[in-house]
Write a protein that binds this ligand. Sequence first.
Ligand code: CDP
Length: 806
Amino acid sequence: MNDMTPTREQREARLEGMGCKRKRVEDVRFTQGKGQYVDDVKLPGMLHGDFVRSPHPHARIVSINTEKALQVPGVLAVLTAETLKTVNLAWMPTLAGDVQMVLADGKVLFQNQEVAFVVATDRYAADDGINAVEVEYEPLPALVDPFTSMNDDAPVLREDLAGKTEGAHGPRRHHNHIFEWTVGDRDLTDAAFRKADVTIKEMISYHRTHPSPLETCQCVCSFDKIRGELTIYGTFQAPHVIRTVVALIAKIPEHKIHVIAPDIGGGFGNKVGAYPGYICAAVASIVTGKPVKWVEDRIENLTATSFARDYHMTTEIAATNDGKVTGLRVHVLADHGAFDACADPSKWPAGFFNIVTGSYDFPVAHLSVDGVYTNKAPGGVAYRCSFRVTEAAYCIERGMDILAQKLGMDPAELRLKNFVKAEQFPYNSALGWEYDSGDYHTAMRQMMEKVDYAGLRREQAEKREAFKRGETREVMGIGISFFTEIVGAGPSKNCDILGIAMFDSCEIRLHPTGAGIARVGSKSQGQGHETTWAQIIATEIGIPSDDIMIEEGNTDTAPYGLGTYGSRSTPVAGAAIAMAARKIRAKAQMIAAYKLEVHEDDLEWDIDGFRVKGLPEKYLGMKDICWIAYNSPPPGMEPGLEAVSYYDPPNMTYPFGAYLCVMDIDVDTGVYKVKRFYALDDCGTRINPMIIDGQVHGGLTEAFAIAMGQEIHYDENGNVTTGSLMDFFMPTAVETPVWETDFTVTPSPHHPIGAKGVGESPNVGGVPAFSNAVNDAFSFLGTTHIQMPHDYWRNWKVAKELGVVG
Ligand code: CDP
């Protein structure tokens, strides 16, 4: 060794591997406006398609006249359900086992439903064509309130299901009933409630909202008649699943379908499922022989593509007088809109809502969920959430606060008393999950210390006295949320989509000069996969991150993967990446042993190459091994250095976190000020702390939006009243609070690198923290539960109802 020999620290730093705050490589193109999004795809002779949509939430279609539209200059075709029937595509399957109209067939079931598809030479001509299509409707009564869905006199929404008493998830009790799903032990839970010293019961609603990504849903379909091949560019979170769905419903051989998801401007669950726009653009391309582009506008995105939440959760907790929980009983009324198009793994009609016992050691629990149809847009997507986990976390975190209030106990103290203890992991919950790892007490105490929880409560007590004396018009709330997530769907034993097991995949190919490419089955929508996936490989095989190119989203080149949603990328694809890298390292070890003339077992891994144990000067670096793999591999060994891994996780991962929100609300105006928001996240091994911070900031901003105003609201006639960004709350930098982030590290014992997901956590944990702060602010005036969203007007109304404003 001489002075020029890099130190271990320098060698490690050069890799920019796991744990490094590596700058996001994709931002070089994003910040210079050089991203390639679907709308940047411009093919020769490309046509544009757009929808005629229904102004009615529920109506019979008497007639559709397309004659005048076809005379509009530039309009080439108008598709209706009748056209689609000729190719058997008037209806399409949903991910939840239901069917959905592609174009209105006899009836419309929600406002802005797709009625006809106009294809024209440009978008303006398509728009003129839309205005010339004549549709005669016969309005029918609209069913808006899910609580009346199963009344005897409720209008029949789904005439196609007439007489069907069995749905995809078991018996249907009523013409508007979709399924009932139950988990847990009803008898033991009932007995716990009978014996309880204290019980609480509250209807906790999580209102309908929408992921609303910056880039709306869109695609370009191009059918090559000569080759019989269909190429689809689309904003897809799961490109391979889209390819399989298209093959199944359009009967095109799967190898002749090329799905390409280029850069995506946010997904948040909105871009998992299949929409009528994709089918119509594909059919229009087949019919016209030209590429066809479909791009949603903002109003269409908000009102017609997948909504999120809309869960109405009757929540009961049984406890002892000293605050030990003894039972949990939850009934959910789930409003699924006109079609059950929830994006959940096949066997889970309410997703992973049975994580509703949260971070607490409930000895018994029982859950039942009823899904119902209403005249609203279909969906039920996991908006930055792992399949209904957000709803579950909100339910239990509000429930725990309500119980604390009834017991006269501090909400932090109640949580500490009931947490699953560190020594109980792996922990089997009363509703059937095996939590992999956790240390809740440490995280909670760290949070309480960092924010000076005791000091905050003293400040609150003083402010309350001052309010009572009339010295201030502000009430102060402290909202705690301690959430446990379940992410990484999922083990093939219990998770599939349309029968395909929810594994994920990675293929790594190293080049002779020691650089390489990794192709992954996940698909980034802004999460920074190009940066972090390379970091995993760098640590595993000692090639610098900068020398690894990451490619996702092209079904012709990437191995089959189930895509990116529900924070599954790191738990599943991240594991596949580590496992593929380890296969490469195993082959590299054989090459190094041959070259260094020792047995493989005599080698040890040392940051970026192999060293002979006990002879530190005998070393072969990975860059050299790459060259040897292509130049002079050991006799009998295949040349090259590449590997593929398909990873089926043995379990989900269970990230957790402790959040706290401090808020002041002016009772005279309802205006709130978020004074402090602290978020501690534990996502196991941290790949890139800077990206994790970014994920937490983004998720908290969405949580803030949802809790404090963001809503898809329908009036009593079924009209969407929040169908544009004038009414749908989308916070800007002006409204967004300042976030304080923190962490603990409890690795997952079954994940190859110990990592858990993080992308969803801040949304899951953030919403209850905001809502608990509002509820806590008003609780000393006599409230028990105030429904979200907590916008200024609703806050003012609460104050008015409490009689504290004139
Ligand atoms: O599935 P999705 O990519 O939305 O979520 P995720 O798996 O939670 O990952 C989001 C981003 O955070 C990715 O770039 C991950 O690599 C990064 N991350 C990390 O650096 N460390 C973790 N333990 C978890 C995620």
